[in-house]
Design a protein around this ligand. Structure first.
Ligand code: SF4
Ligand code: SF4
Length: 81
């Protein structure tokens, strides 16, 4: 199981992670086109200048969002059960 964690105190709301996430792009065509999501069914989006996780359980653990974040505000924990 993967657990997506964001450090909101580091985030400056650039939205790179939101657009880079392949799950977000699959869910919302606006994201696939490089824009912000138009639905709250995505994993995360920027709200009030800060990234907010909406649907953590949908994360596949690919790590793309981590690579895209310029300030290391995203972490992925792997929980072995
Ligand atoms: S790890 Fe992959 S699937 Fe999970 S939020 Fe980041 S980009 Fe999306
Ligand atoms: S890429 Fe990093 S700084 Fe940009 S919105 Fe996502 S968490 Fe915040």
């Amino acid at each position: 199981m993967y657990e997506l964690i964001t450090h909101e105190e580091k985030c400056h709301g650039c939205g790179n992670c939101v657009v880079a996430c392949p799950v977000n792009a699959d869910i919302d065509p606006a994201v696939a086109g490089g824009k912000g999501p138009e639905t709250d069914e995505v994993i995360m989006r920027v709200e009030n200048g800060v990234v907010k996780i909406l649907n953590r359980d949908m994360c596949r653990g690919c790590g793309t969002c981590i690579e895209s974040c310029p300030v290391d505000a995203i972490e992925l924990k792997v929980n072995y059960r």
